[in-house]
Design a binder for this molecule. Sequence first.
Ligand SMILES: Nc1nc2c(ncn2[C@@H]2O[C@H](COP(=O)(O)OP(=O)(O)OP(=O)(O)O)[C@@H](O)[C@H]2O)c(=O)[nH]1
Ligand SMILES: [Mg+2]
Length: 351
Amino acid sequence: MTELHEIGLSTMGAPGAGKTTYLLALYAAMSRGAEHCTLHEADRNSDVVLADAWRDLGERGRLPEPTNTVPHSHTFVYAREMRPLARLHWADYRGGALPSFVGPDGSPDAEQLLWEISTAHGLLLILDGEHFRKPLGRERREAVARETLTQQMSTVVTDTLTTRTGAGRPLPSLTLVVTKADVIDWTGTDAPRRLTDLADELRALLPVAFSPGVTTAVCPVSVGSLERTADGGVLPDSVNPTDVHLPVLFHLACFYRREREELDARLAALRTDRGGARREWAALPAGAGRGPRRARERLAVRLQELDRREATMKHWRDHCDAESAALVPMLRHVPVFEGGRPATWIGTHRG
Ligand SMILES: Nc1nc2c(ncn2[C@@H]2O[C@H](COP(=O)(O)OP(=O)(O)OP(=O)(O)O)[C@@H](O)[C@H]2O)c(=O)[nH]1
Ligand SMILES: [Mg+2]
């Protein structure tokens, strides 16, 4: 079996934004497979917990409980066309962790959430679609910013972006996941909502997601209309997930693109190194003296080692290239921004 990449995804969102329900729908959709991409919980017991909670919703109409202070951590094995490729690390926190204090008197889950955000490859900012039913004008913006915790999100995202930029580390990709997209008036006859308008409203709420060097996708998702019944549950027939797989596929595509770029840079450095070794070889005096012979032997070993490393890097580089080329066409309907402008690699069928 080939080595699996390790990919960390962090989610954050206000209480009740729909994080847990989204995770259940994501797992249900992707354990069956979306465009031949699958996720499978590495831990058998956690797999049963997720599957049971999904069955509770779909068969009995029972909604998940609000998450408590103990986050639920998951490791999903990501496979494409049945080939296992990566381990995705995901944790489901209560919304209250985001605005909580950290340190000796704070909440341990808040501290853990911030640490995960600081190391994650991708951040999912979960925003409750209820706030975006109708166009979000200037007059409601501050209230929505408060309720969706976008102020707190901006602070932690800015913190990780500036820290990583300072340390020369790659930036995380971001998704603005708008949950409960079923409540948004997409087809309304008087003023139908458009995805581009929603993206503009999100830009005004979370400008940090549109800053230079940052790659961000806007993904409305829905678990279904979840129509309420008299006993507080939902009608099983109203459970019908839409587009829940897209945020994960986007982060995977970004991961493979970034890995490929990094490997390209390392391959270029390796070639420079080899050029140096070859020049050293050429500069050695001709003849079979002991000194030059020893130097030639040392250089031959070094060149062999460089060839071996190049072959391994090229293998991984081509692997990442193939994976991103497979994923990018799946994102053709997803608005993706790079430094605030539409990303040119989306819709081009090029990874
Ligand atoms: N219409 C609709 N309602 C949804 C959808 N997803 C979630 N909801 C509603 O939102 C409620 C809250 O969802 P949760 O998934 O528990 O929210 P959470 O973000 O995990 O909340 P905390 O764990 O308390 O932070 C659910 O009980 C549903 O009533 C959706 O796709 N459509
Ligand atoms: Mg929850």
